[in-house]
Design a protein around this ligand. Sequence first.
Ligand code: ADP
Ligand code: MG
Length: 484
Amino acid sequence: MNDLVAGKTGDWEVVIGLEVHAQVTSNAKLFSGASASFGAAPNENVSLVDAAMPGMLPVINRECVYQAIRTGLGLKAQINLKSVFDRKNYFYADLPQGYQISQFKDPIVGEGSLRIVMSDGSARDIGIERLHLEQDAGKSMHDQHPSKSYIDLNRTGVALMEIVSRPDIRSSAEAAAYVRKLRSILRYLGTCDGNMEEGSLRADVNVSVRRPGSPLGTRTETKNLNSLRFIQMAIDHEVARQIEIIEDGGEIDQETRLFDTSTGTTRTMRSKEDAHDYRYFPDPDLLPMVVTQDEVDTLAAGLPELPDAIRDRLIGDYGLSPYDASVITEERETALYYEAASAGRDRKLVANWMTVELFGALNKAGKSLANCPVSPDMLGGLVELISDSTISGRIAKDVFAIMFETGKTAPAIVVEKGLKQVSDSDAIEGLIDKVLAANLDKVEEFRGGKDKLFGFFVGQVMKQSGGQANPSMVNQILRSKLDG
Ligand code: ADP
Ligand code: MG
């Protein structure tokens, strides 16, 4: 399970902890009524509080607090009924307050866990250390004008959840699986849209290496990675860099690094010594935040079924493979589509048609389930025709293609194109007799022991029927005639 990395002087174990910043889905910012939506004209969504005008006071947005609690519940975490907002003092050009309101010693959410499933089906629980609420900063742009910098404060004060993992992750592939799973849970919960391109979800990766069984090594932190690929690249680069330094007799500096997307390498941003001196103290403008157990219970009761539970159900109750179950449950829309399409039908067959044909066609057409021309009931209807032997699996592929193209239902297409499977034994027998009569030499060879000619006969009969003969009946009747 621990993918060790081979160095010149022996094996190394990789240790990774992730700090993920997830933008809270809410109408307004964490401490002001300004809109938190993405894509507005620069500085359109800035209140006097966000601009830190003298005398302005922050007022907590309860919906953001509830979103953080929902997320904590989704991560099976401790919810702290009392939490505290602190000032993290640091110069952010795009946060006019001169400090960030965050949570330090008393976060809203404590320890939890998140299950990752790797492509080989192995599963592992990664510890969550904490989740706290904090303000996002705005955006400085230095490339718009030769001598000026521009600032857009739209994002200033938008609520973020910082979700900190334990150093339990052991490879870049596990790190990607962790972020993918976290994103999936956030999207199920509706607490963050998970859009990494727009910056709604970004990760800082803490990486160290050690000899297997040794204490933790010194770590570096690479900041602000906004894609799964960059997360993996940054980790792989950092692991190789650290191993080389240590094997050459050097030491790792505990520092913050930046990932250069154009070269796939990391470089020093600042040493952690300076970065640590944030002079946190409780924000005197905000009282300690108190929520009641009743509120937490109400939020818990309103949570949707989450991917792990659905996955277990698909495997346990419907008999799906772990792989199909993972693919189907990663996104809530997919899971809902599957439930609707497969209800009262052959669950495994629907899963198969969904993951192979439907996803293949969507991929090819550059579409998603949101604008899919085939409704759940249409896919289910197609599978029904296979289950009751109206059409064969082969013909069903053609029907599916027409269905995807035209939006017509499978039964309508089958009638229109005359594709109904031939299950009339007299008709099939007639076809078989014709094929055998036309291939007397091959019949001789078969009876003389050339068994593999059976497939040839099946193929000929299917061809004669235009693909419409019931394949299992063809097999059965052919067998009895040849053996007879
Ligand atoms: P800081 O306050 O300096 O950010 P934390 O203790 O909050 O430090 O840790 C930040 C992240 O670093 C966490 O995700 C944690 O799991 C991870 N981490 C801590 N020690 C190590 C280590 N030796 N190697 C890799 N990751 C680590
Ligand atoms: Mg930290």
